[in-house]
Design a binder for this molecule. Sequence first.
Ligand SMILES: NC(=O)c1ccc[n+]([C@@H]2O[C@H](COP(=O)([O-])OP(=O)(O)OC[C@H]3O[C@@H](n4cnc5c(N)ncnc54)[C@H](O)[C@@H]3O)[C@@H](O)[C@H]2O)c1
Length: 349
Amino acid sequence: MSPIGLAVIGAGYWGPNLVRTARATGEFRLEWLCDLDLGRAQRVLDPYTSVRATASYEHVLADPAVAAVAVATPAATHFDLVRAALEAGKHVLVEKPLTATVAEGEKLAALAHQCGLVVMCDHTYCYTPVVRRIRDLIRSGEIGDIQFVDSVRVNLGLFQPDVDVLWDLAPHDLSILDFVLPDGVMPVAVAAHAADPVGTGRACLAYLSLWLSTGVLAHVTVNWLSPTKIRTTVIGGSRRTIVWDDMSPQTRLMVHDRGVDLMQADSLAPDERRQALISYRTGDISVPALPEHEALMSVMAEFAGAITERRAPMTDVGAGLRVLTMLDAASRSADQGGIRVPLQMEASR
Ligand SMILES: NC(=O)c1ccc[n+]([C@@H]2O[C@H](COP(=O)([O-])OP(=O)(O)OC[C@H]3O[C@@H](n4cnc5c(N)ncnc54)[C@H](O)[C@@H]3O)[C@@H](O)[C@H]2O)c1
């Protein structure tokens, strides 16, 4: 099968990663790199490449050799760019977050459905070996019932001109949560607190609490002001607890047979009932071996697979919309002092 003609839109921080991975996969033939700043697009490409640089999105969409576009521009531009691509009959890979508002995301979902074209959201972490393994550990029942989720994503971050820390970093944690939770389990409400202690005009740290349909509480911390980079997620289960430390390549993922069991009162002798009903498990810690491969290569493979097999991609427009719904509710909560905002999300994944 001949490679799919692709254009990458946006040659800023992230776009060059899409350029590199698209060129490394045989499933795509990169035709264009488009950026409003033509010089920036030209600098990303080597001088002897056949890939063309342009500042004109219209030229890209008019080119019949282009069957798909990958959009890596600021979130506020996603709606117009994705809509134009779909109207021109192109498949789309769009960076997180899907759009800047839920209403825009819903319009794109409807349009994608109407056109029968692929719209895939680049929820990159869902394509990492570690997140795939976490998903398997949860869905196979190995960790038991989820009791809590605690995710921390902090570093000295790039201040984004158009989004706050919530919309910049939390899409990662929310897309991971959306991906790993068992079918039918989903967030039903969110509360968030956010702050801007240095007066940048937008929140640079935020704390999100999400209540799951099982009653479990999940928590996400995001922060652009931390001098140290921390990327940890702990998912406590009734049988095992997952500890993912993305900054520790040797022990990126650990599965602890450690935790707390609650003994049934009627299983105790009367004279024992006065004693605590809590018992501590201090079992083994295992470190699953993970394959080494770049998540973005898997993103590209999934995008190509969805196009050629005419199927929904793993992180489809619905996944993008669910993340958007959580972000939007979290922003509304933060704006209103942290009130609990109910979430209305489709049940099936
Ligand atoms: N998946 C990930 O892990 C990941 C990581 C970083 C950023 N991102 C996402 O990638 C997107 C881009 O982020 P970034 O940090 O690269 O931004 P950036 O500001 O560094 O680059 C954006 C580029 O888009 C260009 N641009 C803006 N509007 C355009 C238009 N209408 N047509 C063509 N070019 C246009 C700008 O000139 C700029 O060069 C965002 O949605 C961001 O959330 C994803």
